[in-house]
Design a protein around this ligand. Structure first.
Ligand code: ACM
Length: 262
């Protein structure tokens, strides 16, 4: 199975431009599962709830999901991408999974970071896992990494690969995902963005890049630079995530002692 990420620098508020750019850059990509950043069509640093609402879209009716579905059909691939979702009165920081036949699932970010809490409602979907054929794919978004329960829940629900759209600003996630993968024996594809935003007199946010693919043994197969665009596609064997035997005596998930965890 081929998995990858497209790390780039979305331009704030330029939804069509960002969609066109991604379409152009993925035009020759051969991949089973490709991950794009969190909020990849809008940008991240909203300055007001009105602005966030104006840029958010319905799923699946909005332009971003429609365009991703066309791209998935053209390229015969699955895509996971982050976008601002409008659902009635609420906005969510969401991720969609789309395939050649259309929308497969939506995840609404559980653990909101920093000023996201001003604009988005906390997600209400839980952590979903979808079987796309070559692998079972679990979704989480950016700051969810800080809560090991996110990746653990996905592993317990059978995820082989965690797709992790991100807009990271803190430095620790790329190395921490090594532990998330080791402690759950799963693959993870973290797709971050590059560049910075400093809007409406707010504190500058500098995004750290370092998108990566990590294996169930904690190996970083590929990691992008901090400040350069990169389309990376690598081969993985999702079956490696299904063997949870650490030693003949230790099965990672069966060996849990949940009676002592609360
Ligand atoms: C983040 O959750 N965007 C840091």
């Amino acid at each position: 199975m081929k998995v990858g990420y497209f790390q780039f620098n979305p331009v704030f508020g330029e939804v069509k431009r960002n969609l066109d750019y991604v379409g152009e850059r993925l035009a020759g990509a051969e991949c089973d599962l490709l991950v794009l950043p969190e909020l990849f069509t809008t940008g991240y640093q909203f300055v007001s709830a009105d602005e966030a609402r104006a840029l958010a879209e319905e799923i699946p009716g909005g332009p971003t999901t429609s365009r991703l579905i066309r791209l998935a059909a053209d390229r015969r691939m699955h895509l996971v991408a982050g976008l601002a979702e409008r659902a009635g009165d609420r906005l969510y920081n969401s991720a969609v999974l789309v395939g050649p036949k259309g929308l497969i699932g939506v995840y609404r970010k559980t653990h909101l970071f920093f000023e996201e809490t001003l604009f988005f409602a906390p997600g209400d979907t839980g952590f979903p896992v979808y079987d796309i054929g070559p692998a079972r794919v679990g979704l989480m978004v950016c700051f969810d990494w800080y809560y090991p329960e996110s990746a653990r829940t996905l592993a317990l629900k059978g995820a082989d690969v965690i797709a992790h759209p991100s807009n990271l600003v803190l430095p620790n996630c790329p190395d921490s995902m090594v532990t998330r993968c080791l402690e759950n024996r799963v693959f993870a594809v973290t797709c971050n963005r590059i560049g910075s935003e400093e809007r409406g007199g707010k504190k500058k946010l500098a995004y750290i890049g370092n998108s990566e693919v990590v294996t169930p043994k904690g190996e970083i197969i590929t990691r992008a630079k901090a400040d350069q665009e990169e389309l990376a596609i690598v081969e993985i064997d999702p079956k490696e995530a299904r063997n949870k035997k650490l030693t003949p005596y230790n099965d990672l998930l069966a060996g849990r002692r949940p009676e002592f965890y609360s």
